[in-house]
Design a protein around this ligand. Sequence first.
Ligand SMILES: *Cc1c(COP(=O)(O)O)cnc(C)c1O
Length: 408
Amino acid sequence: MTTATTKANQPATDSLRSRYAAALMPNYGLPPVALSHGSGCVLWDADGASYLDLIGGIAVSALGHAHPAVVAAVSAQAARLAHASNLYLHEGQVALAERLLGLVGADGRVFFANSGTEANEAAIKLVRRMQGPGRPVLVAARGGFHGRTLGSLALTGKDSIREPFGPFGLQVRFVPYGDAEALAAAAGPDCAAIVLEPWLGEGGVVPAPSGYLRAARAACDAVGALLVLDEIQSGIGRTGQWFAFQREGILPDILTVAKGLGGGLPIGACIGLGPAGTGFARGDHGSTFGGNPVACAAALAVLDTIERDGLLGNAARTGERLRSGIAGTGHALLAGVRGGALWQAIALTSPASAAVEEAARRVGFLVNAVQPDAIRLAPPLILSAEQADSFVAALPSILDAAVAGGMA
Ligand SMILES: *Cc1c(COP(=O)(O)O)cnc(C)c1O
């Protein structure tokens, strides 16, 4: 892996950035890199500079870029049938639903959406449908993230992105993340569901304390509320298991997945287990694109490849190598490392994450300043030991450069 690329002279990138600024809405700011193509864990920009991708398009590119299994599945499906609508069924969506239920290991039914937030919107409507108007309250966590559409946003526990868009048609009671007693206290008889991420993702890759999901399950059972687990970021192998909840030996009533599922193609799923599988009646919900044949083909290829190539094991092994390498790096800016498998946050001693992200990019590593004092790593599950080592080796000089840049 060569990272000694020059990122000083970037005419194609500069030109694309100014066209972007003039034609796209300013909601994302102006992205620093114009991507051209990728292969495995490596990405190239419009000026030919290469990067080791340690963020995977925000935990999406589970098999990296241009993986032959995804390319073959998508190409073959696009050449046969790209769209079916929900007026007709096609084999891929049936096979994918069966496959997901098999991975969860419980009886249920699946609704397919096109994104994470849509999977959560389906979950919210399903909760409403099952619990009725007598239980208006949803309990969610401060620091949690569930998406940008109005229902998911109402559940998102980050005031700065939620409050400008209220009021919402949902009554949400926020609790501190990881506090089992607060959860039980908030879940009264008016509570329809508790909605949680097994680890905070956008909140900075914060694993829940052990036992938290079991406590959430018990709090729901005590009052007849449903447990909704948002595994949109944590699912599909990110934590070294298919789903993060599986470590806690419980089952949710509703599970949402997206990001890594399609390996880069847009797909989300709302999985209802037990009675929640049949909570929707005919006509209750729908999506024109949901369960799209090309996206389903990609997702089946992703799940088959993770299994065939032992990528859950690789995520655990290579992730541990990466984690211990980072933890063993002594530097004044480094406070520690959170998370595990291929989902980690490098915690910083000062709010310098933007400078660290930029310094990493300059020497050919794409990482994400997920919080002012935390760098998120969510690389493809195919990351090799050598690639992990190359980042660990570069980390001290990246941190040095961030400190120097921050003082300039
Ligand atoms: C990314 C994310 C979402 C939203 O997914 P989109 O595909 O961006 O709509 C929801 N929940 C969690 C936990 C996420 O990480």
